[in-house]
Design a protein around this ligand. Structure first.
Ligand code: ADP
Ligand code: MG
Length: 490
């Protein structure tokens, strides 16, 4: 015999619902208050309409079905809105604990701060007050927040998929998040766009904050550093600026250092900041889309400092890693993605992880708008979804073939050790194009070009890059080869 509906039933239903998605639950229920069960009415108060709608859409079905199982009766819900909640269903989450965030478990260290959406779930520091509703997250995302400006709480080590393309950078990043004087300082993470450099950098910050919540972490893009520097100069606030970056900083994370190219005064300022922190044993982590020695218009003294620590690169992930990344993103975003579909999508989008994610999000949006599941047919039927992310699906052999017919050399020549000028040039162009188009790793390309060393591929790519700056003929060659690639696809 079922007992009369009571607060205990409500608490059991809450417990059940919370267990199904704890992180999301903790995120929303500090903004909900239980006002009682009266007759067939469940009375709830939400801090604002947005919280009400979110909870109604995402949690009420589970809560109500559990309540009805427990009490044998159906309930309707009467909502009130009040910015003042006296007894929220769950108090705001506790400050970060030293335990790790479970994979896919969202952001348990989240404090009640508002999320922004400049990127997929990127965050700002703005604190949420009782009068500020959380902004609507995209898809199933929950607001992710951090006490450090600009950090995305989803960019944790647990959410980072490790594969051959990034294992050194991952190991170095986890090591630099440890306590004590860093073994390698600075850590310089280099690699193409969308390959996880910023993710690793944020993950370092999160790990440090878990262990030492009071650590003064300064995370800044080189662009913001430059802007702040200029502002400080204009407003005569250099002392404040220097204090922030030198004396009040326990860890410096500087993203996209390549932005400093040619900005001599900012470089000078950064050089001194770097030295002060380095001398004090403060960990410095820098990311860049180029290796230190490839950074242009960057003074040698800075380049040599970047090289003095550990340079770890991220390369384009292989298929298996791409599939694992897709599955992790799908899990984080609550997207139902069958394995076969993940593999198909990963085969289509090879360029970089950001584009891979973009394709997944577009497919998920498309599927949800049309009320279907994400299936292989959906991907095949939506060539444009992937076409925009990877203009044309080509492989190394396609590029080699196109280059051979353009320069009238044979594939055997291309893969041979022949150093004859015309063959060597065709080979360099082919390596360059493969690197550009496929973002394959240097070792991978070395293997694909007659088992050459990865340094040979690196210098070939660099040579073509340099030639392009001097010789307009090179771009004409590249364009002609691209045209061949496109037409061979038709
Ligand atoms: P970068 O800074 O190198 O341009 P980001 O760090 O911004 O790239 O990564 C782009 C997107 O790809 C982010 O959403 C990030 O979470 C994701 N990403 C990249 N590499 C991985 C990985 N190995 N595992 C999971 N997500 C990844
Ligand atoms: Mg980045």
């Amino acid at each position: 015999m079922l007992s009369a509906p009571s607060q205990d039933h409500w608490l059991l239903a809450v417990q059940h619902t919370r267990n199904r998605s704890p992180a999301t639950f903790e995120q929303w229920f500090p903004s909900i208050q239980f006002d009682g069960l009266e007759g067939d009415t469940l009375r709830l108060t939400a801090r604002d309409e947005f919280v009400r709608d979110w909870v109604r859409d995402h949690f009420l079905p589970s809560l109500l079905s559990q309540l009805s199982t427990l009490t044998g009766q159906q309930f309707k819900v009467a909502w009130k809105i009040s910015t003042e909640l006296e007894r929220p269903v769950c108090a705001p989450p506790a400050p970060p604990s030293s335990s790790l965030v479970p994979a896919g478990g969202g952001a348990p260290q989240a404090r009640p701060i508002e999320a922004d959406s400049q990127d997929w779930g990127a965050v700002t520091q703005a604190r949420r007050t009782s009068s500020m509703p959380p902004r609507r997250p995209k898809l199933a995302s929950v607001p992710s927040v951090s006490p450090v400006a600009g950090l995305n709480l989803k960019y944790t080590f647990d959410n980072f998929i490790v594969g051959p393309s990034n294992e050194l950078a991952f190991a170095a990043a986890t090591a630099s998040a440890g306590s004590g004087r860093p073994r390698y300082n600075p850590l310089f993470i280099a690699g193409g766009t969308g390959l996880g450099k910023t993710h690793l950098m944020h993950a370092i910050a999160h790990r440090i904050l878990q262990d030492r919540p009071d650590a003064r972490i300064v995370y800044v893009s080189a662009e913001l550093f430059t802007n702040e520097f200029i502002e400080a100069l204009q407003n005569r606030r250099m002392e404040e600026f220097r204090a922030r970056y030198r004396s009040e900083c326990d860890v410096l994370l500087l993203d996209d250092i390549q932005f400093l190219a040619g900005r001599e005064q900012t470089q000078e300022e950064f050089f001194h900041t770097f030295n002060t922190l380095h001398d004090a044993g403060v960990p410095i982590i820098v990311t860049s889309d180029k290796y230190p020695q490839q950074l242009q218009r960057m003074p040698e003294r800075l380049v040599s400092r970047f090289k003095s620590g550990l340079v770890a690169d991220v390369q384009s992930p292989q298929l298996e890693t791409r599939v694992a990344i897709l599955k992790k993103k799908a899990q984080l975003e609550d997207i139902d993605l069958p394995d076969t579909v993940a593999v198909l999508l990963a085969q289509h989008v090879q360029s970089n992880v950001r584009e891979l994610e973009g394709a997944l999000i577009r497919l998920a949006a498309k599927a949800s708008l049309s009320g279907q599941a994400i299936t292989e047919e959906l991907i095949r039927g939506e060539a444009s979804l992937v076409a925009s992310t990877s203009a044309r699906i080509v492989c190394v052999t396609d590029i080699q073939r196109a280059v051979c017919s353009h320069f009238r050399v044979t594939s055997a020549d291309l893969l041979s050790k022949d150093r004859h000028k015309s063959v060597a040039f065709a080979r360099q162009v082919a390596m360059y194009l493969c690197r550009q188009r496929l973002r394959s790793s240097f070792p991978e390309l070395g293997r694909a070009f007659g088992n050459r060393d990865h340094t040979t591929v690196m210098s070939a790519v660099r040579r073509v890059e340099n030639l392009r700056k001097r010789d307009p003929q090179i771009d004409a060659h590249l364009e002609a080869i691209e045209n061949r690639l496109v037409s061979s696809n038709d």
